[in-house]
Design a protein around this ligand. Structure first.
Ligand code: HAM
Length: 418
């Protein structure tokens, strides 16, 4: 017996049954993002490994444990992109976008790859739709991308969700905060799990969003970054929040949102839905003011986000009111060899007019053809036998209400258009 080959764990097919949701998500993104002046960019799936190591941070979970990295045939180390921001920034620097306009507003959609343990809502190949607003450092820009994201998600119909926001302060503020945080957790090091003890030396901020109950209990009494922000950062965060409020976007301040990628500073945020289970964030982002410089470009403050498409589609499916409806167009049913040929030419006319037309590739019984027309949920069946052939007509049956009428060949397009 020939062994069947399955898709790789954590990499899934998106079948035509789900496609309506994907199309709605993508089309709505293009409309909404376009209305805010964003245009699309497509970057390669494969990039120089150094881009992610430098851009995202060597010590992050994504870079140290989850990247698909390999040597290509020329001996270069390449990586399947684990996220979209680093590639967009690389393109920005490579093509000097800043020289064309002081502000770049870019969005992207496509697959990302992370070698994570697959579970519901967590895949190894997943898709993101993201946007990056590059060239300004004002809370108005932070609010704009959050408002855009919120408005887009609302149009998708995903049920209840909440926006959680935080500020990580400037790198200097974070540096002095980290000293306090590390000394707090060091005092309690024995109470931390093994993973969080390792984070204490490598990436202490991440202990704050650890899922381990021991860390969750400890963090309650840990010093808060939001409370140690300087006046300027505080004022910026307040202005960000009040701009959200003005736009009618509700938020919750969550001091434990630190994000998994190293490039963030100041504003960070996540969109959460409890309906998703443990992988509850369906979008996340924040401000990153140094990445462009770190990748060799001029100082360019940026803010952006990415949404996880599979998680959004899960929510859309759950909240969909859609009942399967009839599909516009006609299924052609010839009864004889001569009718088969005529059906093919009538179907071509219908298709050329932009209306969907389909028929079988072989002459089959009327019953089996009718069964397929019903299964595919076509609005109309177009039936052609010898009598109709002689009269230059077809029988058009509306499969929704069962009504049927004779239609001249010359009127067929109009009859199946309605
Ligand atoms: P991120 O939080 O790592 O941020 O990913 C954004 C979203 O992608 C998550 O909220 C989640 O919905 C989805 N996601 C991440 N990993 C997986 C996975 N393994 N399976 C399914 N979905 C997943 C970023 O990637 C940043 N580049 C966002 C950003 C853009 N920040 C600034 N600009």
């Amino acid at each position: 017996m020939v062994q069947k080959i399955k898709s790789i764990p954590g990499m899934q097919d998106i079948t035509s049954q789900q496609m309506a949701f994907w199309h709605k998500m993508e089309t709505t993104a293009r409309e909404v993002f376009g209305a805010y002046g964003f245009s699309e960019i497509r970057t390669p799936l494969l990039e120089d490994t150094q881009l992610f190591a430098r851009g995202i941070g060597e010590e992050t979970q994504v870079v140290s444990k989850e990247m698909y990295t390999f040597e290509d045939r020329g001996g270069d180390s390449v990586t399947l992109r684990p996220e979209g921001t680093a590639g967009v920034v690389r393109a920005f620097v490579q093509h000097s976008f800043h020289a064309k306009d002081a502000i770049s507003k870019l969005y992207y959609m496509g697959p990302m790859f992370r070698y994570e343990r697959p579970q519901k809502g967590r895949l190894r190949q997943f898709h993101q739709i993201g946007a990056e607003l590059m060239g300004v450092d004002t809370p108005l820009a932070d609010a704009e991308v959050v408002i855009l994201l919120d408005r887009w998600v609302q149009k998708l119909g995903v049920g209840d969700y909440r926006l959680e926001v935080n500020s990580l302060g400037t790198p200097e503020e974070r540096e002095s905060y980290l000293e306090k945080l590390v000394s707090y957790f060091k005092e309690h090091a024995t109470e931390l799990g093994a993973d969080d003890q390792e984070r204490l030396t490598k990436n202490p901020l991440r202990i704050l969003d650890s899922k381990d109950p021991k860390a969750i209990a400890l963090r309650e009494k840990a010093p808060r970054l939001l409370e140690s922000l300087g006046d300027e950062s505080k004022a910026e965060f307040d202005s960000f929040l009040s701009t959200l409020k003005e736009a009618g976007v509700n938020y919750h301040i969550n001091p434990f949102i630190v994000r998994g990628l190293d490039y963030y500073q100041k504003t960070t945020f996540e969109f959460i839905s409890d309906a998703l289970g443990s992988q509850s964030a369906f979008a996340g982002g924040g401000r990153y003011n140094q990445l462009v410089e770190e990748l060799g470009g001029p100082l360019t403050p940026c803010v952006g986000f990415a949404a996880g498409c599979e998680r959004l589609v899960m929510l859309m499916e759950e909240h969909s009111q859609q009942t399967e409806s009839f599909k516009p167009g006609a299924y052609f049913i010839p009864m004889t060899e001569a009718a088969f040929e005529k059906c093919r030419s009538l179907m071509q006319i219908v298709r050329d007019a932009g209306v969907c037309g389909e028929m079988d590739y072989y002459l089959k019984s009327m019953k089996s053809q009718m069964r397929r027309a019903n299964k595919l949920k076509y609005q109309f069946a177009v039936i052609l036998g010898d009598d109709e052939l002689a009269a230059e007509q077809v029988m058009v049956k509306n499969l929704e209400d069962g009504q049927q009428k004779a239609v001249a060949w010359s009127d067929l397009v109009a009859a199946v258009q309605s």
